[in-house]
Design a binder for this molecule. Sequence first.
Ligand code: NDP
Length: 305
Amino acid sequence: MSAEIIDGKKIAAEIRQRLKEEIAADTHEDLPVLAVVLVGENPASQIYVRNKKKAAEEIGMGCEVVEFAESIGENALLHSLEELNENPHINGIIVQQPLPSQINLQKVLEAILPEKDVDGFSPYNAGLLQIKDPSAIVAATPKAVLTLLQKQLGDLSGKHAVIIGRSNIVGKPLALLLLNHDCTVTIAHSKTKNLSALCQEADILVCATGKAKMVKKDWVKKGAVVIDVGINRLENGKLCGDVDFDEVQKHAAAITPVPGGVGPMTIAMLLENTWEAFKKQKNQEKTCHCGHHHDCCCHSHKSHE
Ligand code: NDP
């Protein structure tokens, strides 16, 4: 038996096409705009930012890349985020990571207005996810994994999901998201004992460790769905995931490839988050009669609605 290959590239293309049509059909005069803050000249970050800009523009979304020198001070960066928060033409703001060491990442994430935090990394949106508030903006990679799983399996209720990795941007929010969809969730990490035995229990196995090919065939229960979040560059320059694809694909029911799995879906989800944020902001403007944006009284007083 050979696993079904979950074609993230194709599913992402369909989502981008839907967004493109929705944006084109929208009656608003202005377009959604994503601001991407890029600090320094990390070559990988530059490629990621370029790809996000290209993908945004292809669906008719604006994308402003705001670039700063590696040496920028924390206050100057925070100030620029404030300006983006206040700019009514910007609907989504993301800060490309990693940031240089003089900048406190947490302060930066807290500085982004929650309704423009389309990466969903701010403590506010992370908190909304935790209390299962439907207005949470959910981080793109966990959302990508959920979307692929729902497409593959339909209802996820009662499935046992094992997630290897507990980062704030992948493992933890994904665990909450799957819990909110009634999975039984186990989170594994570098201190987990008997990891392979634990993984064998999984109906859904997600690996997000950044360790090339660590998940082997005998870690995977027959019939399990395997989602590989990892992106690793091998010595020969090729990309590979955290799962030993050639081995595991003979065993699993379905598996995502790397590249072409979670990666393209992540960008599609970021665009979707920005489009949703734009629509919400426009609706808020409509219900607001005082003409202000973020500090508007109608955010706190129902009587204005
Ligand atoms: P982090 O380095 O922040 O987290 C890695 C996690 O994996 C940690 O929780 C760590 O455990 C755990 N881990 C590491 N080694 C092992 C091991 N041998 N056994 C068990 N657990 C282990 O990474 P990220 O979450 O940011 O990213 C993970 C991977 O996903 C990377 O390859 C990254 O490039 C990729 N990625 C892909 C994206 C996409 O769009 N496809 C988006 C984001 C990330 P501990 O906490 O104990 O240290």
